[in-house]
Design a protein around this ligand. Structure first.
Ligand code: ADP
Length: 494
């Protein structure tokens, strides 16, 4: 038991009441860490502690610039430990080290950004319509929860934890069962940075046990969730029972559109990065590629050649572009989609198989895969695969293209490659997507709101006003009347 890592419950580092389990390195299936899962009882304890902690003067009543100071310290500690955290995330999730370094840097930037948002958040005086002064102010919601998936640990957690702390809330962080290590480290960093005891808890464990207990707890006022659409919908049902707001960042099946005037070098590189970075395990992966018929042949030749040249391999190596998939069962699910694509009449232009030999035989590797010959209503074009599988679709007519691109239950992101800015503007405005990238893809800025339409989710994260996602709006009326309201006689004895 001595090697079993503690978890962070209500300000105490201790074992959870659930089973002991191991997390594993997806590149070679060795054990990363042993820890205990949190249970519903642990969740109750953490939530009660959080409810007491956020009301204490050392959190509730500190000035915004003091709270911002704590967030800056968190950013500083992440930066001091950045290499250590990037290596830990590489093991936690199997992403290549160059990617995990970037995610750690972005997490630090997120805390820094929300420190500024906290310190500069203004409250408004609304126009007077009587003998009173009216203010619209924002209060922390209290106890909020952040439930995160396995695909971008530290970045997803920071995206929720930073604005929630900036707002003055207490946060129950529930990372994915299989990738808990970065969330636990963030817990330690918060503690070192001076976040008061009980304000942050980190509860790894099963979604159906600890996640569900958190969502249903009456003292949890809001849940910020990133994950699959099926889970998100179930969570929204549970939230509706207690009339709790949720923000949901869910799945996607994002179209990337190449116009006949595109800069081909940029478009090839951008399409590859859009689908194959993070091994395609990304909600914003550009998984449907629409290429104009005029350039389709030439473009696909270039793309297939470049796909075959991608460096799939050891996540430790800075040259690696694609690491393993997260788990053997996830790889099996991707393989069954590839089989389905063939059954649906698709043809594989690249990949479609596992690489073999050396490290490839130990971990959950899969080659970047490109399909052609499917139509947009094939299951491969309609369902989120969450892996390195791209389907290419030639197009000719702009209206038909837009209809096909929008023919999806999802609406998370889109990419456009064209030199014509008027067309980019026109088409981007008509695409049903929360984010459209023009002549780039998958770049992120914490200062710009992010979220989906349709079954890709509800609400927006990031942006200066992202802090308001964790605050209740309150109105204050200050009476300025010279005389009492005409309901009691002035000078009356009664
Ligand atoms: P993924 O497919 O990326 O694993 P999920 O939607 O299954 O996405 O999981 C995302 C997060 O939601 C994880 O932390 C998971 O444990 C949690 N989760 C899963 N089921 C539930 C549930 N019923 N209630 C609350 N959280 C859940």
């Amino acid at each position: 038991m001595s090697d079993v890592q503690p978890i962070f419950i209500g300000g105490e580092w201790r074992a959870g009441r659930g089973k002991v389990y191991a997390t594993r390195y997806p590149a070679d299936d060795t054990v990363n860490a042993e820890l205990t899962a949190a249970t519903a009882e642990d969740a109750n304890e953490a939530i009660e502690a959080a409810d007491a902690a956020w009301r204490r003067p050392n959190w509730r009543d500190i000035k915004p610039h003091e709270r911002a100071g704590i967030l800056h310290r968190i950013a500083g500690l992440i930066r001091e430990r950045s290499e250590d955290l990037a290596q830990m995330q590489r093991r936690d999730n199997g992403k290549p080290i160059t990617e995990t370094r970037a995610l750690v840097a972005s997490a630090a930037g997120t805390f820094q950004f929300f420190a500024a948002a906290c310190e500069t958040l203004e409250e408004t005086i609304t126009p007077p319509r009587g003998d009173f002064l009216t203010f619209s102010i924002n209060d922390p919601m209290g106890v909020v929860a952040a439930i995160t998936p396995w695909n971008s640990p530290i970045a997803s957690e920071a995206q929720k934890l930073a604005p929630a702390l900036a707002a003055g809330c207490a946060v129950i962080l529930k990372p994915a069962e299989i990738t808990p290590l970065l969330a636990l480290e963030l817990g330690r960093i918060c503690e070192q940075a001076g976040v008061p005891k009980g304000v942050v808890s980190v509860l790894p464990g099963k979604g159906s046990i600890v996640g569900d207990a958190i969502v249903r707890h009456p003292k949890v006022r809001k849940v910020a969730f990133t994950g699959g659409t099926t889970t998100g919908r179930a969570l929204a049902h549970a939230a509706a029972e207690k009339l709790m707001p949720v923000s949901l960042e869910l799945g996607g099946k994002s179209p990337t559109i190449v116009f006949e005037d595109a800069d081909i070098d940029h478009a090839v590189a951008g399409v590859l990065f859009g689908i194959f970075s993070s091994s395609g395990e990304s909600c914003i992966a550009g998984s449907r590629l629409f290429v104009h018929k005029k350039i389709h042949k030439e473009f696909m030749q270039r793309l297939v050649e470049a796909t075959k040249a991608l460096r799939v391999g050891d996540p430790v190596d800075v040259k690696t572009q694609m690491g393993p998939l997260i788990s053997s069962s996830h790889r099996a699910s991707i393989e069954s989609y590839v089989e389905l694509g063939l059954k649906e009449g698709g043809k594989i232009l690249a990949g479609g198989t596992r690489p073999t030999g050396g490290l490839y035989d130990k971990g959950w590797f899969y080659l970047p895969t490109v399909f052609e010959g499917l139509s947009n209503n094939a299951r491969l074009c309609q369902e989120e695969i969450f892996g390195p599988v791209l389907v290419t679709l030639p197009w000719e007519d702009e209206d038909d293209l837009i209809a096909q691109a929008n023919d999806s239950v999802y609406g998370l992101a889109a990419g456009l490659w064209t030199r014509d800015f008027r067309r980019a503007w026109r088409v981007a405005r008509r695409l049903e997507a929360g984010t459209a990238w023009i002549n780039t893809y998958k770049l992120f800025s914490v200062s710009t709101p992010f979220g989906g339409l349709k079954e890709s989710g509800l609400g927006r994260e990031k942006g200066r006003l992202g802090i308001l996602q964790y605050m209740d709006q309150k109105s204050l009326y200050f009476g300025m009347n010279e005389n009492p309201l005409p309901w009691a006689e002035v000078g009356s004895k009664h």
